[in-house]
Design a protein around this ligand. Structure first.
Ligand code: NAD
Length: 296
């Protein structure tokens, strides 16, 4: 019901929190995330211009009177595109939507003397809406200039969470790099083992189906995006390597047939998860119930 109410609000449009805002330019605006922001901003009464690859020769005139410039190009091009920007008006807000934050934020601070804001929408553009989604923000410069935009994002239904760029990137190493790589490796393994997916699904409980769906959905998405996310920092690779080492250590317990030490490790992790283990058990039970109800 919540989702429907947001969806119908989308059709009617959203309240304009900053009616005096000059045109907003989205660099990479013809991509997936750029289109989503174009739609949300347009529905909120702002004038939006798209600056994609074909429009670079008009870049200077497109940004000359811009009130805000939003960078939404592929991760591996982000810093380079920021450096290429023509001079922006002094009071123009420079924003990026990149999935990594430290390097793009530094590049924006170096390229522009006015207000700077780092954003990371923690969802894929296939969500179609920002309702109940999380958006992380990193302050760059002159936060008073962009409070209206953060509030506008809340009007769209999102929950905002502030972090430093360093905190963001450290946490994303777990939430994105390690998680997506483990998912990739699992998918790779299924394909190399050449399992019969149809048969796996026929034999599977709702929880396995859901887990398989979480793996499979990765491969419906952009390989370049995930390559960029996973390889965005040597810290990510180091973290994945430690995971690989632990995987090997746990496997060695199995090879030794050492159930006692497996059970001891298991208990250690159980203690570490603490109350979250029970919370997650309850939460996933209700998720599984609705997944099962929705299954066609
Ligand atoms: P995309 O590939 O769909 O879109 C990128 C757009 O940038 C394309 O239209 C492309 O033509 C354009 N572009 C490429 N080079 C350009 C240049 N030199 N000048 C102008 N435009 C150029 O990618 P996307 O998924 O929309 O991702 C854009 C940003 O959003 C990335 O920074 C990504 O980290 C971030 N993001 C994406 C997701 C996601 O799930 N897709 C989630 C969170 C954040």
């Amino acid at each position: 019901v919540m989702r429907e109410s947001y969806a119908s609000e989308n059709d009617k449009g959203f309240k304009t929190l900053n009616p005096a805002m000059r045109p907003i330019v989205i660099v990479g605006g013809k991509g997936k995330m750029g289109r989503l922001f174009e739609r949300m901003l347009t529905l909120s009464g702002y004038q939006v211009r798209l600056l994609d690859k074909e429009e670079w020769n008009q870049a200077a005139s497109l940004v000359s009177d811009a009130g805000m410039v939003i960078i939404s190009v592929p991760i591996h091009l982000t810093e380079q595109v920021i450096r290429q920007l023509p001079t922006l008006p002094d009071d123009c807000i420079l924003v990026d939507l990149c999935s990594v934050k430290k390097a793009p934020l530094q590049a924006m601070m170096a390229a522009h003397n006015g207000p700077v804001l780092g954003l990371h929408p923690m969802f894929g553009p296939d969500s179609g809406s920002l309702a109940k989604q999380v958006v992380v923000w990193c302050d760059g410069r002159s936060p008073e200039a962009y409070q209206w935009f953060l509030q506008q994002i809340e009007v769209w239904g999102a929950r905002l969470h502030s972090a430093t760029a360093e905190e963001h990137d450290q946490n994303m190493a777990f939430i994105q790099a390690l998680r997506h790589f483990a998912t990739f490796a699992y998918g790779l393994h299924l394909s190399e083992e050449n399992v019969d997916l149809k048969q796996l699904l026929a034999l599977s409980s709702p929880i396995y189906r859901l887990e398989l769906a979480m793996v499979g959905r990765l491969f419906a998405q952009d390989a370049q995006l995930y390559a960029d996310i996973i390889m965005s920092s040597p810290n990510n690779i180091a973290l994945i390597k430690r995971y690989y080492t632990r995987f090997g250590e746990a496997l060695a317990q199995l090879e030794r047939g050492d159930k006692a030490s497996f059970i001891k490790s298991f208990a250690g992790v159980q203690t570490w998860f603490g109350d979250y283990a029970k919370t997650f058990m309850t939460e996933s039970r209700s998720l599984l119930r609705s997944a099962n109800d929705n299954r066609k």
